[in-house]
Design a protein around this ligand. Structure first.
Ligand code: SAM
Length: 241
């Protein structure tokens, strides 16, 4: 990573209240791994150092706003992790949590596994699969303290995919761009349908770049009816609201 890239990462993290100094070598290694893998396959659309540092690393770390991932030993599922976001940057900063980054695309999870091993992130256990399938699997249903997801789907879909996987009292932390009143309204209704309640809508701007972002937090306040999640693809094709 160039000195400019390091400065952007430091500045972005500092604005989020995080000190990345001791973990800089790991972020540098992750950048190298991403750039190398991107030269072989189409892993992520972002290619430049500053884009990767700000729009992948710092943006991923912004899910730590509000302290929703603080606390020792949390089990965290990342739905639709892609090339490992937010899991990999967050796992670097939260080594005591157990992360399960999930994606339906094997080549992406192969990268996440290789990166987690190279960075010695022992709490990261990547998984190939769909959230709809996991949500009906007793080994995963109601087993997670937190579900995170970045840039995956509209809020009603995320509610249906995420809530079944949470333990009672668990939190879904959705990282989104600007969110419309319509999506938020539909998300609140969908959350109610699957045993959740929207407890926080945190609008902020991405450090350095100033792009609009929203963290939406849904708490699991009651049981999720057995019929959810519906079968693969249905939550996307026919959102609850
Ligand atoms: N979260 C990553 C990020 O922020 O860079 C990737 C975002 S990408 C736009 C969405 C990812 O979600 C894709 O890799 C896709 O395969 C995955 N995905 C979408 N729906 C899914 C589902 N139901 N189960 C598992 N993965 C899913």
């Amino acid at each position: 990573m160039t000195p400019e890239g390091q400065a952007l990462l430091r500045q972005g993290a500092t604005e989020l209240g995080l000190d990345v100094e001791g973990q800089l070598p790991r972020f540098e290694q992750l950048l190298d791994l991403l750039v190398e893998a991107n030269s072989r396959m189409n892993l992520t659309a972002l290619k430049t150092e500053s884009d990767i540092v700000l729009k992948h690393f710092v943006d991923s770390l912004s899910c730590l706003r509000g302290g929703h991932l603080d606390g020792a030993g949390l089990r965290v599922l990342d739905i639709g992790t892609g090339a490992g976001f937010p899991t990999l940057p967050v796992a670097i900063m939260r080594p005591d949590a157990a992360f399960t980054p999930l994606d339906s695309i094997r080549k992406k999870i192969d990268f996440v596994r290789a990166a987690a091993e190279a960075l010695n992130l022992t709490g990261v256990t990547p998984l190939v699969g769909r959230a709809e399938t996991l949500g009906r699997d007793p080994e995963h249903r109601e087993r997670y303290d937190r579900v995170v997801c970045r840039a995956v789907a509209a809020l009603p879909i995320l509610a249906e995919l995420g809530l079944p996987l949470l333990k009672p009292g668990g939190l879904l932390v959705a990282q989104k761009g600007p969110i419309s009143e319509e999506e938020l309204h539909a998300g609140r209704r969908a959350a109610g349908e699957v045993g959740g309640r929207v407890t926080e809508v945190d609008a902020f701007t991405l450090p350095v770049l100033g792009d609009a972002r929203t963290l939406v937090v849904i708490e699991k306040v009651g049981p999720t009816p057995k019929k959810y999640p519906r079968r693969e693809g249905v939550p996307n094709q026919q959102p609850l609201f």
